[in-house]
Design a protein around this ligand. Structure first.
Ligand SMILES: *Cc1c(COP(=O)(O)O)cnc(C)c1O
Length: 388
């Protein structure tokens, strides 16, 4: 059986073979399996060295100090630590948080949790292109605002927020700025020596690293203080306890190092693939691009199709593995809350399709997708004639 072409890189990416190799060397007796916290023997020292090398590789991709990297189990945990950690530490200063309606569930659910604990959250509405207007952030800031949490790149639409402009506003108002960069790191340049960002969540598996590992950047100057969310052993300067998983961290380090080396070439290649996909849809009537036409990340393309049932479309596209723009809620296909917040019309949101590609995608993959898509759309729109 022919496997469907994988075009769901925004959900997760395959691990790069170089990353898998490096990880495999950290597991068995012959390898660096030691506990990085073991201080009394070579096994521990060697594991610790690998962990610190990985920390440097992660820091280099986003241009920060390695001491500002706190390892976590992924971006979900990093989001939880940033948001609940700031809220826990700064509750005396204020209890108002600003986020947006298009954030990942890891951010939204952390905010909802805090609302139950007596915090107030303002969820900003995005512009039609999915980005947050920095002016909306400034309007929402109050005397008791302690945190602004906004994503770098949206996982459904690829829309990019202007971190420099938003950070300038939060700095001016002495409010902390957390950024979920799970979809940004490794795809577009990030320079934390320049960007006024205080906390940044990272994930390995969106950038050809393993699932189950990530990090939170916590700025040292000006120093950001957090309440720990996981206690026991005092690892990671007390901010996140737990034995460090050497193989996972080595995988993330290697993945981030590769991303840094390949980013310029990869950006150009992905731009070409995006162009190929959009040009291929030229003759197809009634479709719409959800997101930023020219300024988003090239590897995420969110499309809506007029007059087509989203569920039937996804079911018919068996040769390609893509994501519906919708979150599957029980039996009914609920339109995506991200597209809804952007003001996308109900039927367009309902038929949305997220095509996302990356390092191992080829022009042939895009051709297969186009072929499949054009044929399926024609069938769904004219069922009688298609079967004649
Ligand atoms: C994938 C993703 C997350 C969650 O990351 P995990 O490492 O899977 O926990 C958070 N935010 C965004 C924007 C993502 O795309």
């Amino acid at each position: 059986m022919q496997l469907p072409v994988y075009l769901d890189y925004a959900a997760t990416t395959p691990v790069d073979p170089l990353v898998a190799e490096a990880m495999a060397r950290c597991l068995t007796l012959e390898g660096q399996f030691g506990n990085p916290a073991s201080r009394s023997h070579l096994y521990g020292w060697q594991a610790e060295e690998l962990v610190e090398n990985a920390r440097r590789d992660v820091a280099e991709l986003i241009n920060c100090d390695p001491r500002e990297i706190v390892w976590t189990s992924g971006a979900t945990e990093a989001d939880n630590l940033a948001i609940k950690g700031v809220a826990g530490f700064h509750a005396n200063k204020g209890r108002h948080i600003i986020s947006s309606r298009v954030e990942h569930k890891a951010v939204l659910d952390s905010c909802h949790y805090l609302e139950q604990k007596g915090f107030e959250v303002t969820y900003l509405k995005p512009e039609a292109d999915g980005s947050i207007d920095p002016a909306r952030v400034e309007e929402a800031i109050r005397g008791d605002t302690i945190l602004v949490s906004l994503m770098h790149v949206n996982n459904e639409t690829g829309s990019i927020n202007d971190l420099a402009a938003i950070g300038a506003i939060t700095r001016a108002h002495n409010v902390l700025f957390h950024v979920d960069a799970a979809q940004g790191a490794g795809k577009v340049p990030i320079d934390l020596m320049q960007l006024p960002v205080d906390l940044m969540s990272l994930s390995a598996h969106k950038v050809y690293g393993p699932k189950g590992v990530g990090a939170l950047f916590v700025r040292r100057d000006p120093r950001v203080e957090l309440a720990a969310q996981i206690h026991g052993g005092g690892h990671e300067r007390g901010m996140r306890s737990g034995t460090l998983p050497t193989h996972q961290l080595v995988g993330m380090g290697q993945a981030f190092r590769l991303a840094r080396a390949q980013m310029p070439d990869e950006l150009l290649r992905l731009r070409d693939l995006r162009q190929q996909l959009l040009t291929g849809l030229d003759g197809v009537p009634g479709w719409q691009l959800h997101g930023q036409a020219d300024n988003g990340v090239p590897g995420i393309v969110n499309l809506g199709f007029a007059g087509v049932d989203g569920e039937s479309l996804l079911l018919a596209l068996r040769q390609i593995a893509v994501s519906s723009g919708s979150a599957c809620m029980s039996a009914t296909l609920e339109p995506s809350y991200v597209l809804k917040a952007m003001g996308v019309e109900e039927d367009m949101a309902q038929s949305a399709l997220r095509v996302s590609f990356g390092r191992f995608s080829t022009p042939q993959d895009i051709d297969t997708a186009l072929d499949c898509l054009v044929r399926t759309l024609a069938q769904l729109r004219q069922p009688a004639r298609a079967h004649a």
